[in-house]
Ligand binder design. Structure first.
Ligand SMILES: *[C@@H]1O[C@H](CO)[C@@H](O)[C@H](O)[C@H]1NC(C)=O
Ligand SMILES: *[C@@H]1O[C@H](CO)[C@@H](O)[C@H](O)[C@H]1NC(C)=O
Ligand SMILES: *[C@@H]1O[C@H](CO)[C@@H](O)[C@H](O)[C@H]1NC(C)=O
Ligand SMILES: *[C@@H]1O[C@H](CO)[C@@H](O)[C@H](O)[C@H]1NC(C)=O
Ligand SMILES: *[C@@H]1O[C@H](CO)[C@@H](O)[C@H](O)[C@H]1NC(C)=O
Ligand SMILES: *[C@@H]1O[C@H](CO)[C@@H](O)[C@H](O)[C@H]1NC(C)=O
Length: 834
């Protein structure tokens, strides 16, 4: 009994071992480029040693031990963003010689250790921002990172940046510093790194609290070559905008503000402090403006250099008071590129549009433009924006394509028009377009058909995600056609687009395409047709493989992993590249014919074999025997077991071959059935023909009149005519006390005899009758070899039962007498009484 708890313990241990093992590996998925992505973890998982990219973002990893990453010598990218890492072994990364990217941002590291980075000579990108350390630590962290190009550090807790902290970052190109709560900054610390391409400073409350510090920071990164992004900035009063003067003084050309709050007042101040600055690009992302656009106070400022103005995700708190841009003429005359995206703009009055004299690029996507307000914006189609080359009014609520085409038809330089994500529904039969139009994006506009409205000058046409079921238009200049997400069943004929090079057709209802379909596009190079409902037919599958193996001029540029079979059913959902159709599937008719032929041959062969071994014979016999058995049982039941008396009507059933009938007629019947004179007359009639007749007379004398005649059953005489012969045989055997087998060469050649023999044997075996139910008479000597194999039963009977041998020689009279006596004795009904 003590073994039970031990066993249970072992089981539990085994089980927990499995669970522990399970919790490690299945959480990671690695692709063929050895990129592993893991989720649901609380520790660094074990992944293949050859892993190149390990993505552990958004897990609950707390510690990184020395051995965790040691085997991953080939690792190039390691991401542990947004975990709970609070401790790392100094040697945790010591074997990662080839690491190029390391992301430790948004964790819980309270101090940084320069030993982590000692061996990372190949590191190009390092992110350690969003951790609660107060400073970067005393020995300079980055000294050994000679190849570092991109760095981000800082966080809500960062309080100090010292000059020595940033030693050794000479080659840096991109820098991000989260310094929302910085308290101490050594002026010049950031200016050691020069020239930077892009700097992002997150400085939320600093603008309000310590303008000297902010000024010092911005001054140190402001260079004409550097793009400066200021993030999380809250400018409430005109004083807080003062540090931005440093941008103007550093002659920065590209300025961006992310997550920016400002008022009319601070905007005016901003324009004032940047007066005359060579700012080329001004970007505002996620900006909240509390104001009504009263910026005229800064009218005197000079912003001629402004080339591109980009504003996205703007919230104007008093949207409807923000009436007109007209007072901003001083600001808006110059830019050549203006993007106002997702800013809830519902109209740009025609008078404002007239200001944009230089405008070449206007992006008003994701706004609230409607048909009437678009009319306003484009001044009813008058040629106001005469320099416009690109117009993007994607994702508005415009309903009429013919209106759009009419409004833009006067823009004689327009080459790109993006009207996607509106709801046109219908495409008019004809539309006016500017001659210059090359690019047209009408995707996601609920179109149900494409008409000759489309201009012949188009080189790029995007009609994806509509409800088109065909495209039958000649577009001779077209190089790119996008039809993704429609309902096309077949490829359009290639002669429609003689210059097509790129064709995307994913997510349609395409079943199949043939080599000739693709060849009809004379210049096609990139073809994307993944995620269709392909019929993986015997012709298509090999063709697809040849495409996938780049055996044609056409490349499946969306990757073969996007192609799946939809039918036949057993291949549904399978990757087309992994499907192979076998001979049996592809040559169905031939296969079936061959199979049928083989089956036919086999059946014939089997038939022949069965016939040779007399299987049918056995079958038939078994059947009859079973029937007889049933009948006997039934009869037994009816007669309450009183069987024998009623059934037996013959003394013996004589089983003999037809060829031995002479012997039966001449010798057996006279000897056994007849007594006295009747036998004599009977035999006399045979006398003339039989040379053996004389001895028979003696036999007559021997048997004498006192002997009872026996009742024999002969098939020739006693079988019911018209009945199935086997049934006759069975009945005869059953209703006879014994069966007498006249064995001879002829007997073994006769099937019926064999059957009779078998049946008797069955009865013997079944124990339905007595031991001596079978009596064998050998008409001529039969050696074992003469008895065919299938008479094995006879062989065994001959060896187990005593038999009577017919003396052939007529002179052996005494033997013959003896023979008859024995036979009579054997058949005698009296023996039953013994
Ligand atoms: C991390 O732990 C928190 C609670 O401790 C849990 O809610 C979260 O689902 C876990 N995340 C992962 C990726 O395991
Ligand atoms: C800030 O704006 C107020 C009025 O809005 C003005 O009186 C004040 O002089 C401005 N301060 C600076 C520094 O420009
Ligand atoms: C947009 O800026 C506000 C603050 O001005 C900030 O709270 C919000 O998270 C920002 N949104 C995005 C998407 O960055
Ligand atoms: C138009 O704007 C949408 C959404 O902002 C953008 O996806 C698309 O690329 C733009 N089109 C052009 C031609 O710049
Ligand atoms: C067409 O517009 C859609 C939606 O704005 C965009 O996703 C797609 O990239 C554009 N097509 C082209 C060819 O630029
Ligand atoms: C592939 O392109 C070349 C030249 O552009 C051409 O000669 C060849 O016939 C093309 N092959 C096929 C299979 O189209």
């Amino acid at each position: 009994m003590p073994c039970v708890p031990v066993l249970a313990l072992l089981l539990v241990m085994h089980w927990s071992h499995i669970l522990a093992w399970d919790s490690l590996s299945p959480s990671c998925r690695c692709d063929e480029r050895m990129k592993c992505v893991c989720s649901g973890l609380s520790a660094v998982p074990s992944v293949p040693d050859q892993t190149k990219t390990l993505d552990l973002d958004f897990n609950n990893i707390t510690k990184i031990h020395r051995a965790d990453l040691r085997p991953l010598r080939r690792l190039e990218v390691l991401k542990i963003h947004a975990n709970r890492v609070c401790a790392m072994d100094p040697q945790a990364f010591s074997s990662l010689w080839s690491l190029r990217e390391l992301d430790l941002s948004q964790n819980l590291l309270t101090s940084l250790d320069h030993r982590w980075f000692n061996k990372l000579g190949a590191l190009e990108s390092l992110k350690i921002h969003g951790n609660p350390y107060k400073s970067l630590g005393s020995p300079p962290l980055f000294q050994t990172l000679f190849r570092l190009r991109s760095l981000s550090f800082g966080g809500e807790s960062l309080e100090e940046i010292h000059t020595s902290d940033l030693k050794g970052l000479g080659g840096l190109e991109q820098l991000r510093v989260d310094a929302n709560n910085l308290k101490r900054y050594d002026p010049g610390a950031l200016s050691q790194i020069w020239p930077l391409d892009h700097v992002t400073l997150s400085l939320r409350s600093l603008f309000l609290m310590d303008q000297t510090l902010v000024s010092a920071l911005i001054r140190d990164v402001s260079h004409p070559e550097t793009e400066v992004t200021l993030e999380n900035i809250y400018l409430k009063d005109n004083r807080s905008a003062l540090p931005l003067r440093e941008l103007a003084q550093g002659r920065v050309r590209h300025v961006a503000f992310n997550n920016f709050f400002l008022t009319d007042e601070t905007m005016v101040k901003l324009l004032e402090v940047t007066d005359g600055a060579p700012i080329d690009t001004f970007t505002l992302n996620n900006v909240t403006l509390s104001g009504v656009g009263r910026w005229e106070k800064a009218k005197w400022t000079d912003h001629k250099s402004l080339n591109e103005f980009f504003i996205r995700d703007a919230q104007i708190l008093n949207n409807f008071d923000f009436t007109s841009f007209l007072p901003l003429r001083f600001l808006l005359t110059y830019p050549r590129k203006i993007s106002v995206i997702n800013t809830k703009v519902f109209v740009m009055p025609c008078l404002t549009s007239m200001i944009f004299k230089n405008l070449e690029y206007l992006d008003m996507s994701e706004n609230l433009l409607t048909d009437p307000t678009l009319r306003q914006t484009l001044c009813e189609g008058m040629c106001v924006l005469s320099n416009l080359r690109v117009l993007n009014i994607s994702a508005n609520t415009i309903k009429s394509l013919s209106l759009v085409s009419r409004l833009v038809s006067s823009l004689s330089k327009l080459s790109h028009l993006d009207v996607s994500r509106n709801s046109f529904g219908l495409m008019p039969p004809t539309c006016p377009w500017p001659q210059s139009l090359r690019f047209l994006n009408i995707s996601r506009t609920k179109l149900t058909s494409a008409t000759t409205c489309l201009p012949l000058t188009l080189q790029v046409l995007d009609l994806s995600y509509n409800n088109l079921d065909q495209l039958y238009l000649v577009l001779p200049a077209l190089r790119e056609l996008h039809l993704t997400g429609n309902k096309l069943l077949t490829l359009p004929p290639g002669w429609l687009f003689p210059n097509l090079q790129t064709f995307t057709l994913q997510l349609n209802t395409l079943n199949i395409f043939s080599p000739s379909d693709l060849q009809s596009f004379p210049r096609l190079q990139n073809f994307q047709a993944g995620r269709n409902k392909f019929i993986c037919s015997c012709h298509f599958v090999p063709f697809f493989h040849s495409l996938a193996n780049d055996e044609t001029n056409v490349t499946l540029s969306d990757g073969i992993d996007n192609y799946f079979c939809d039918s036949p059913l057993h291949l549904q959902g399978k990757l087309l590249s992994s499907v192979h159709r076998s001979f049996t599937e592809c040559h169905h008719v031939m296969f079936v014919s061959i199979c049928c032929g083989l089956i036919l041959i086999f059946v014939t062969f089997l038939g022949v074999i069965l016939w040779r071994v007399h299987a049918f014979w056995y079958l038939k016999m078994t059947f009859v025997w079973l029937k007889a058995k049933k009948r006997r049982k039934w009869r037994k039941e009816r007669e309450n077991g009183d069987t024998e008396g009623l059934l037996v009507s013959f003394d013996a059933f004589v089983s003999y071959s037809e060829r031995d009938s002479a012997w039966v007629d001449n010798y057996l019947l006279p000897e056994l059935e007849q007594t006295g004179s009747s036998a004599e007359s009977n035999t006399a009639s045979v006398l003339d023909s039989s040379p053996e007749s004389e001895p028979e007379l003696r036999a007559e004398a021997r048997s004498g009149p006192g002997l009872e005649p026996l009742r024999l059953c002969l098939h020739r005489r006693d079988f019911l005519p018209g009945r199935f012969i086997m049934d006759n045989i069975v009945t005869a055997i059953e209703s006879s006390r014994r069966t007498l087998f006249i064995l001879s060469q002829n007997f073994v050649k006769s099937d019926w005899c064999k059957y009779e023999l078998d049946f008797t044997h069955f009865q013997l075996l079944e124990g339905n009758c007595r031991e001596d139910a079978a009596i064998l008479v050998l008409l001529e000597p039969l050696s074992h070899d003469e008895i065919p194999k299938r008479f094995c039963r006879l062989q065994s009977l001959l060896s187990s039962t005593t038999y009577l041998q017919w003396p052939q020689d007529p002179d052996q009279r005494e033997q013959r007498d003896h023979f008859w006596t024995s036979l009579r004795q054997a058949l005698s009904p009296d023996r039953d009484l013994d």
